[in-house]
Design a protein around this ligand. Structure first.
Ligand code: ZN
Length: 177
């Protein structure tokens, strides 16, 4: 596995509509493994293919939710960390909750910025797993937020387009110029 370079704004690939994946070949498997490694290394809770300069409809998500007792068919369990890893290809949101919630987001492709974004509290997503097999998920809370953020990337939409409030984020070691 290889770490991929994460592209940042204003790279045009982040604004393009990604193409559906049609070939489930070795090259795709390598890309998926590289994206998982890149997400973990960043570290991040989700990554979309356009963020590694590949304009294809593919996202990876890994997040742990203590109170998440959903039985998700697509989950590949990582028992030692209680994290759920999802690989979703050609994802499509098929249902949304009426309820929306505001939460704070950041993005690996927009360093130094955070913002408040309104998202559906729960969604249903359908798509394909890494081998091209159909999968359907029901997610809520932060998992639903991550999926909406990553699926937006496939449509060239960034969280800064949707945010109701944005601010510069500084951590202790790193100061904004
Ligand atoms: Zn992002």
């Amino acid at each position: 596995m290889t770490l991929r370079h994460i592209v940042t704004v204003p790279e045009l690939v982040l604004r393009r509509k990604a193409k559906p994946v049609t070939k489930f070949d070795k090259k795709l498997q390598t890309l998926i493994d590289d994206m998982i490694e890149t997400m973990r290394d960043a570290p991040g809770v989700g990554l979309a293919a356009p963020q590694v300069n590949i304009s294809e409809q593919l996202i990876v998500v890994e997040y742990s939710e203590e109170d998440d007792d959903e039985e998700d068919e697509g989950a590949e369990e990582k028992p030692e960390k209680l994290k759920k890893l999802y690989v979703m290809i050609n994802p499509e949101i098929t249902k949304t909750s009426e309820e929306k919630v505001i939460g704070v987001e950041g993005c690996l492709s927009i360093p130094g910025i955070q913002g408040e974004v309104e998202r559906f509290e729960a969604i249903q997503v359908k798509g394909l797993n890494r081998f091209g097999k159909p999968q359907k998920l029901k997610v809520d809370g932060w998992m639903a937020r991550i999926f909406q953020h990553e699926i937006d990337h496939l449509n060239g939409v960034l969280f800064t387009d949707l945010a109701v409030r944005l601010w510069k984020f500084q951590n202790e070691e790193e100061h904004e110029l």
